[in-house]
Each structure stands twice: as structure tokens, then as C-alpha cells.
Design a protein around this ligand. Structure first.
Ligand SMILES: Nc1nc2c(c(=O)[nH]1)N[C@H]1C(S)=C(S)[C@@H](COP(=O)(O)OP(=O)(O)OC[C@H]3O[C@@H](n4cnc5c(=O)[nH]c(N)nc54)[C@H](O)[C@@H]3O)O[C@H]1N2
Ligand SMILES: Nc1nc2c(c(=O)[nH]1)N[C@H]1C(S)=C(S)[C@@H](COP(=O)(O)OP(=O)(O)OC[C@H]3O[C@@H](n4cnc5c(=O)[nH]c(N)nc54)[C@H](O)[C@@H]3O)O[C@H]1N2
Ligand code: SF4
Ligand SMILES: [Mo]
Length: 664
């Protein structure tokens, strides 16, 4: 029996493997034996016919791919990199890579090629939370753990559909409820998560800043905030208090779409609750004011002092299995490594550690900027930007202009594959080993369970092959993931609060390591938390007579994004169809749309065809399309948060029509 960990979501459930059998690990603290449909079918996805098994090459994207050798493919990549100015090279990575993969790619790009153009799809996902935590707590540090829900009295879930996106955590919430936990769900949709709520608040999309400001203001006005904590540990209180004096409360409430009674009921439960956790994810992060939404939420925990103690805190629910590991390594273009930035001192420390003089002091391009930057080489690994970036017609136009697009994937059928010149076959989950950090800082090891398909390579090895071909043989001479992890552990010592060096690689699959356990204070230079006054600036795309609906997008339980691993004929998991569009009965009636009918949804940017699901679970004038529909981003707008550069996926103006009307 081998112990491993699920490679899908940020919950990071422990698994046990016996030949041809995968079950939940009863001894693993996070899931105690439970797994969801995705975790339990990890093995099936290894064996599918759509695996990418050999390197492929073509001169231009209108030709079919030809099989090539690794030597030839790597030589072509390395020789092109050598001839390309470093600012014209980009690495587009993923929150699904293992820590060792990030480390090698980051070391190669920032340390040896000398470009900071290395970013991940976490930009579309967690970037707003990263910036929010940094600004308010002083570091990208999640100050509360999932198990804390058993110590909390109240869990507020906002912009998070745990029933579908963090399934086993959701089971734990249900268990905690039996022990007395109260749950508030804030979401414009009455989701499966909302079904377990004690109070469900059907917020209007985009109303979260107003909601949390109303809460903060009332806590201050009614002196329900924690005065000694505020005085001793916080900056910015007087400013916040003064700003709130002039706040237009009625307007704010109106923008939340909630009634005074709904807000009061919530407020009364809030002030009665001793221990509170507020958890959130894409409903807040994916917004043109994603960072401000995070700050407004975190303010409430700062004001009440409900942070750095058991059962309390702002809990950002990271989506991907190792987006946290990527953040720790520093695999984003806006940080250098191990949570260090691009200041002189950090660059000196990292240069000395890597024995290099190539590190640039400018932040690099973010994932959301790379395609607009006239790059000459783009290496894409473990993610599908053509599918996932907003405004897909624009994405497709831009990627076509890049002379060399290299795609590293374990499967053939991504949307990006149509635009790649070289495809390199990666070894997927089960065929490789390495480390990942889940959403609450638990570091564990994925184990190799089966032989690696003959021509596939682990992602770290592919980056190492490129590095070696570029001539960096000494710095990239790792024999296995353990050697990489141990070098990375040494590097974490450059950061005063990272204690990852205490983990032991060989023991990790038996016993996970939780880093930062002792951190119970703010990580700012003055050790004080920062309150920020933020307001809803209504920057999202506005609805209009022509485009009168707000489009929301999100997950369904059994599908993983593009579904390369979950949308398989052999997995009978599809409890929801891949392509549907939720619409409120009032709207459906006005438009003459029946349940199950084909409809056309359009924005200024594009049109897709989908199937109407008429349901009261969505607010009037909103639509919901799951991202298992690979075409969803033909519709979405490409506005970005100005600080995190995260897209505003959840708030695009669209119209909806019956399909046959169009044809008439
Ligand atoms: N089954 C499955 N699980 C997954 C994934 C998957 O592909 N499939 N992906 C993983 C990844 S990468 C991520 S990032 C996470 C995402 O996890 P979640 O964010 O929980 O998943 P979403 O379905 O995007 O849910 C976002 C919720 O926010 C709501 N929402 C939209 N706009 C607003 C708003 O303005 N305010 C509020 N309060 N709510 C709003 C939506 O209605 C939706 O219910 O899931 C992870 N888990
Ligand atoms: N409209 C809209 N768009 C969104 C979102 C949304 O909510 N709404 N969410 C955004 C968010 S939060 C995220 S995280 C992104 C996710 O978007 P993507 O990251 O593009 O989606 P995935 O399908 O997870 O892509 C992972 C890719 O890695 C490949 N792969 C699997 N295993 C391996 C391996 O071991 N090695 C390598 N090299 N490749 C492998 C898979 O085949 C797949 O092509 O989408 C973003 N886009
Ligand atoms: S909840 Fe997440 S980590 Fe756990 S089995 Fe499901 S997908 Fe895997
Ligand atoms: Mo994500």
C-alpha cells in the first residue's frame, strides 16, 4: 500500500493506493478517508487515449504535428531561446505543478535566462488574495486552517461554492454543523453550498465591498469592535472610522441587493458569535476590484481581532492543488523567490544562493499580460491559457503572433494545443513524485504509483533538459525531486518566517508537514495589521439595454476545468452536463425560453450556444455558465484588477436569445 495525495483541488486529500485501487486515507488528517469523485478516479485519467505520449513538432500551426525526438525538440527550444532577447521570452505555468517543477522553472527563468516573465494561471485565480494578504497582514500567509471550523461558531462563505469546488472540506463543514457551527452563505446563486446555510444571502454580483463595509461600519458605530486589539495591533483605524462616517449606507445596502432585515439577521448572528471564520474564493478574487474585496473582508477580522487565534480568521480557499507551493517558491512574475521581492537586498541574497548574476530587478509580465507583449517564445506548462484567459477571440489573435509556442502537457486535447508549435509530453499524476502544499499550508508528497510512460518526462525534468541544453549544466544537475526539494528548502531559509526547511522529504507522504504553525502575529515590518478603506467603484462592465444580463461562471462538482482528466467516456461522473446556462424563470418567461431549450448567449466579444436550465437558484438578470463549457471565455470581458491583474470573469454583460429566433 502506498500513501499519496490527490492532485486536483486545494483541499489536498490523502489517498491510499493498492494496485488498481485508490481510496481515501483514513489516517490523513484533512479528509480522514473521504474523497470526492475526482480524487477517486485519478487512476482512470492516467490511462486515457488522449494522453500525449511523444514530443510533437510543426513549423506552423496550420500543419499537422509530426512526432519528433526529445533531443530535437529540446534543441529547437534552447536554440530559439539563445537567439531571443530575454524580455521576449515568457513562461506560463500553473498552480497544478509540483513544487520541484516551479523551483526549476523559476530558477531557470529568473536566475539563469534573466527574465522575470514567469507567471502562472494563479494570476486568474488567487492573485487578488495574495495581494490582499500582503497588504493587510504583511505577507501572503493564510492565517487559519480548515480544521479550525471545528473550533468556530460561525463560518461565512462568500463567493465560494464548496459543495462543488472543495468537496471534502464541504463534508467537514456539514460535520462541524452537527457540532453547532452556524453557516452563512453569500452568493448570487442559491448553490448546493447555500442548501446547508443557516442564513443564505443572495447578494447582487459585485456587492461584496459594500456588504463588508456595512459590517465594519456597524461594528465601529455600535462599538462592537475589539478596542484593545485595534489600539495595540492595527494601523489605519482612525482613517477608516472617519471615512465610514460619511458612508452612504442606503446606497451601499441597495448595491448588495439585500434587504435591511436580511442584513440585520446576519449582523445579529455575527455579533453573537465568539469565533468566526470567513472563507472566500473566486466570487471575490475574480474581479476588477478583487484586491479591494479581499481588503474589505479582512478588515472585519482585524477590527474584531478575530485572527491568529483558534477558530478565527480570513480563510482564502485556494483552488488548485499546489498554487500555494507556487506562491511559496515565488513562481509569480511579481515576486522573486520564497516570498522575496525585487529589492536590492533580496536580489543579492538570491543571486548568491543560485550563484548567478543574471537576475533582473524589474517585475515581469503577468499571465494576463504575456499574450499582449509581442513575445517571441512562450513556454506553457500544465495549463491551457487559450481556454482560460478572458476574451478568447483576443487571446487567439494574440497567441497566433508568437513565433514559438511550446506546450508541455500530459494530454493532447487542450485548446492551446491548436496554437502550439512544439508539444512536450509530461508525466501526469501517478507517474511521477513530488511535493505540493494545500490551501492551508499542509505540505505533502504525491507518490509515483506506476511506471512513467516511456517517452514522458516529469515537468521539472523537461525544464532541466532545456536548462542543460542552454549550457547551465552545473546549476541544473538534479538527479531527482528530492534533491530539488532539498535545495529549495535551503533557499526558504532566506526568508525569516518560512520554516519549510524543517520538513523531511522522505517522511512527507506518511506525515504531512504544516509550515508557519507558530506564526500568530502580523508579518509587516512594524508587526501591525493594516486596515484599508476601500469602496465599491463600480468598475465592472455595465449592463445595458442591449446586454442586460450579468454572466457568472464557475465550477461543477465532477469536472476539472477543461476536463482533459475528468471528461472521459470511462468516468461516469457527470452529475451535471458540461454545457448549460442557468436563467431565472422570470427572465426565461419574458424571453420565451423553456427549460432544456438551446439558447444563444452573446457579449460584445463573442457568442456561444448553450442549453437553458430554468431555475430559481439564480438571481433575476443574472446567468450562470459552468467553465466545463470550454467556450465560456468567448464571452468574458478582459478587465483586470489594477493591483493583482486578475480578470473580472464573473461580471460580464451579456444577452440571451432563443436559438430559433436568431435563425428566423
Ligand atoms: N469540481 C471542481 N472543483 C474545483 C475546480 C474545478 O475545476 N472543478 N477548480 C478549482 C479551482 S482552480 C478553483 S479557483 C476553485 C474555485 O472555487 P469556487 O470559487 O468556490 O468555485 P466557483 O464555481 O468559481 O464559485 C464561485 C462562486 O462565486 C459566486 N459569485 C459570483 N460572483 C459573485 C459576487 O460578486 N459575490 C459573491 N459573493 N459571490 C459571487 C458564484 O455564483 C459561485 O457560486 O475550485 C477548485 N475546485
Ligand atoms: N470564465 C472563467 N474562466 C476561468 C475561471 C472562471 O472561473 N471562469 N477560472 C480561472 C481559474 S481560477 C483557473 S485556475 C483557470 C484554470 O484553467 P487551466 O489551468 O487552463 O485549466 P486545466 O484544465 O486545469 O488545465 C490544466 C492543463 O494541464 C494538463 N495536465 C494535466 N496533468 C499534467 C501534468 O502532469 N503535467 C503537465 N505539464 N500538464 C498536465 C491538462 O491536460 C490541462 O490541459 O481557469 C481560469 N479561467
Ligand atoms: S476534495 Fe479536492 S483534494 Fe479531495 S478528493 Fe476531491 S478533488 Fe481531491
Ligand atoms: Mo483557480
Amino acid at each position: 500500500m502506498i500513501k499519496s495525495v490527490c492532485g486536483y483541488c486545494g483541499v489536498g486529500c490523502g489517498l491510499e493506493y493498492e494496485p488498481n485501487k485508490l481510496i481515501g486515507d483514513i489516517a490523513y488528517p484533512t479528509n480522514e478517508g473521504k474523497v470526492c469523485s475526482k480524487g477517486v478516479s485519478e487512476l482512470i485519467s492516467i490511462e486515457t487515449e488522449t494522453r500525449l505520449l511523444r514530443p510533437q513538432i510543426r513549423q506552423n500551426i496550420n500543419e499537422p504535428f509530426q512526432t519528433t525526438s526529445w533531443d530535437e525538440a529540446i534543441e529547437r527550444v534552447a536554440s530559439t531561446i539563445k537567439q531571443t532577447p530575454k524580455d521576449k521570452i515568457g513562461f506560463y505555468l500553473s498552480g497544478q505543478l509540483l513544487t520541484e517543477d516551479y523551483y526549476i522553472a523559476n530558477k531557470l527563468a529568473k536566475g539563469f535566462i534573466g527574465t522575470n516573465n514567469i507567471d502562472t494561471n494563479s494570476r486568474t485565480c488567487m492573485a487578488s488574495a495574495v495581494v490582499g494578504y500582503k497588504k493587510s497582514l504583511g505577507a501572503d500567509f493564510v492565517p487559519v486552517r480548515m480544521e479550525d471550523i471545528f473550533k468556530a461558531n460561525l463560518l461565512i462563505l462568500t463567493g465560494a461554492n464548496t459543495a462543488e469546488a472543495h468537496v471534502v472540506f464541504h463534508n467537514n463543514i456539514k460535520k462541524a454543523k452537527k457540532q453547532g457551527l452556524k453557516v452563512v452563505v453569500i452568493d448570487p446563486r442559491f448553490t448546493d453550498t447555500a442548501k446547508i446555510a443557516d442564513i443564505y444571502l443572495p447578494i447582487k454580483a459585485g456587492g461584496d465591498i459594500d456588504f463588508f463595509n456595512l459590517l465594519s461600519k456597524r461594528l465601529i458605530d455600535e462599538e462592537q469592535y475589539n478596542k484593545p486589539f485595534v489600539k495595540k495591533y492595527l494601523n489605519g483605524f482612525e482613517l477608516l472610522k472617519n471615512k465610514f462616517k460619511r458612508a452612504a449606507v442606503t446606497k451601499m445596502l441597495k448595491r448588495t441587493g439585500l434587504t435591511q432585515e436580511q442584513f440585520d439577521e446576519f449582523y445579529n448572528l455575527y455579533i453573537e458569535s465568539e469565533n468566526i471564520i470567513t472563507a472566500w474564493t473566486m466570487g471575490l478574487n475574480q474581479s476588477v476590484q478583487g484586491v479591494d474585496k479581499n481588503l474589505a473582508l479582512i478588515n472585519t477580522h482585524l477590527l474584531t481581532g478575530k485572527i491568529f487565534k483558534e477558530g478565527n480568521g480570513p480563510l482564502s480557499l485556494t483552488g488548485q492543488p499546489n498554487a500555494m507551493g507556487g506562491r511559496e517558491v515565488g513562481g509569480l512574475s511579481t515576486m522573486l523567490a520564497v516570498h522575496l521581492g525585487f529589492d536590492r537586498e533580496s536580489i543579492d541574497k538570491v543571486s548568491k544562493f543560485w550563484k548567478t548574476d543574471k537576475i533582473d530587478n524589474q517585475v515581469g509580465l503577468t499571465a494576463t499580460q504575456m499574450l499582449d507583449a509581442n513575445l517571441d517564445v512562450l513556454i506553457i506548462c500544465h495549463t491551457d491559457p487559450v481556454y482560460h484567459l478572458p476574451n478568447r477571440h483576443h487571446t487567439q489573435r494574440q497567441i497566433k503572433n508568437i513565433p514559438l509556442v511550446v506546450e508541455i502537457n500530459a494530454y493532447q486535447n487542450s485548446e492551446t494545443s491548436h496554437y502550439a508549435h512544439i508539444q512536450l509530453p509530461a508525466a501526469p499524476w501517478g507517474e511521477k513524485e513530488g511535493i505540493q502544499t494545500n490551501l492551508d499550508r499542509t505540505i505533502t508528497k504525491q507518490e509515483k504509483l506506476t511506471r512513467t510512460s516511456i517517452e514522458c518526462r516529469a515537468d521539472w525534468m523537461i525544464f532541466q533538459l532545456i536548462a542543460q541544453e542552454l549550457g547551465f549544466k552545473e546549476a541544473f544537475d538534479f538527479k531527482n525531486p528530492k534533491a530539488i526539494f532539498e535545495e529549495y528548502q535551503q533557499m526558504t531559509k532566506l526568508n525569516r518566517y518560512m520554516d519549510i526547511s524543517q520538513a523531511n522529504y522522505d517522511e512527507l507522504s506518511q506525515k504531512p508537514f504544516i509550515w508557519g504553525k507558530k506564526i500568530k502575529h502580523f508579518l509587516t515590518p512594524d508587526r501591525k495589521g493594516n486596515l484599508f478603506y476601500v469602496e465599491n467603484r463600480l468598475l465592472s462592465e455595465k449592463i445595458s439595454l442591449e446586454y442586460p444580463f450579468i454572466l457568472l461562471t464557475g465550477r461543477t462538482r465532477d469536472q476539472w476545468h477543461t476536463g482533459t482528466k475528468t471528461n472521459l467516456p470511462s468516468t461516469l461522473l457527470k452529475y451535471k452536463p458540461l454545457n448549460f446556462c442557468e436563467i431565472h424563470p422570470e427572465d426565461a418567461k419574458k424571453l420565451g425560453i423553456d427549460d432544456g431549450e438551446s439558447i444563444q448567449v452573446s457579449s460584445k466579444r463573442g457568442t456561444i450556444i448553450t442549453v437553458a436550465v430554468v431555475t430559481e437558484s439564480i438571481r433575476p438578470k443574472s446567468l450562470f455558465i459552468p467553465i466545463s463549457n470550454r467556450e465560456v471565455n468567448f464571452l468574458t470581458n478582459d478587465l483586470l484588477d489594477r493591483e493583482s491583474l486578475e480578470p473580472d470573469y464573473n461580471h460580464s454583460a451579456v444577452k440571451v436569445e432563443r436559438l430559433d429566433n436568431e435563425k428566423e
